[in-house]
Design a protein around this ligand. Structure first.
Ligand code: SF4
Length: 249
């Protein structure tokens, strides 16, 4: 596992028993890295589950990494698969089941799952009590789909990661965010980087306002605070109460 100085910020370690993804998001950092410094390592792994084996970002399984969380004895927040998407299309169910066995066994940790494939969350019939489950939503359309799926997830923390925030999360009548914060109990906001694109002030402002009204903690990432310093008269890094390592918050 990698950590504690990882780029995600809100976790102590990253854990990648599976890498790669067949989605083709234009701003995918993990795909860029997989084609860069770790390319020889990834291509040397013959456990290709889906995709072209000449592609370092094909879906690969790493059995030697599977039990890494069990070796870390300090309760930690562990982000699962930042170098891919565990809920991506064509990820074998057996891989999910193996990861969830470890999550249940390492019950002193909190495991953070984040996906851009919310419809595949239904592949998990029972969520472990130490799982936080999130969906990336960069605009209203994605947030609406995310909410429909997250509502059906029985996990102690359900969250939205609005990173990068590319459009308004609210709908036109302006009632959606209120509804969203009845269902999710954490939100992450981040501006686009490489190239840097600031979100519009209204998008950030209304998320903060509605989250505060609902008492939902907000984790603000990256340059967002620099774009709108006057909105940042507040803690930048809030966590839901279920955090297992508050000293690292
Ligand atoms: S879903 Fe995630 S891992 Fe897959 S291509 Fe998009 S950003 Fe990358």
């Amino acid at each position: 596992m990698n950590g504690p100085n990882n780029r995600i910020g809100y976790c102590d370690f990253t854990y990648n028993p599976l890498t790669g993804c067949l989605n083709n998001c234009p701003y995918c950092y993990a795909r860029e890295v997989s084609h860069g410094r770790v390319k020889p390592l990834y291509l040397s792994n013959q456990n290709v589950m889906a995709g072209d084996r000449d592609d370092p970002f094909a879906i690969r399984w790493w059995p030697s990494r599977l039990e890494e969380p069990l070796k870390v004895k300090t309760p930690s927040r562990i982000f699962v698969t930042d170098m891919g998407d565990l809920f991506g299309d064509r990820v074998p169910l057996s891989c999910l089941e193996s990861v969830f066995e470890v999550v249940r066994a390492a019950d002193w940790h909190t495991f953070i799952f984040l996906t851009k494939y919310p419809w595949n969350l239904r592949r998990v019939s029972e969520w472990p009590k130490n799982a936080w489950v999130g969906v990336t939503a960069t605009d209203f359309r994605m947030a609406d789909t995310a909410l429909y799926r997250l509502e059906r997830v029985d996990a102690p923390v359900r969250f939205i990661s609005a990173e990068p925030l590319l459009d308004r999360l609210n709908d036109c009548p302006g009632t959606f965010l209120h509804q969203m914060f009845q269902i999710v109990n954490w939100i992450i906001i981040g501006a686009q980087t490489k190239p840097d694109v600031p979100p519009e002030r209204q998008w950030v402002e209304e998320i903060l306002r509605e989250a505060d009204k609902a008492g939902v903690p907000v984790y603000i990432k990256g340059r967002t605070e620099k774009y709108f310093p006057d909105l940042m008269n507040r803690p930048l890094h809030e966590f839901p109460e279920a955090a297992v390592s508050p000293e690292l918050a």
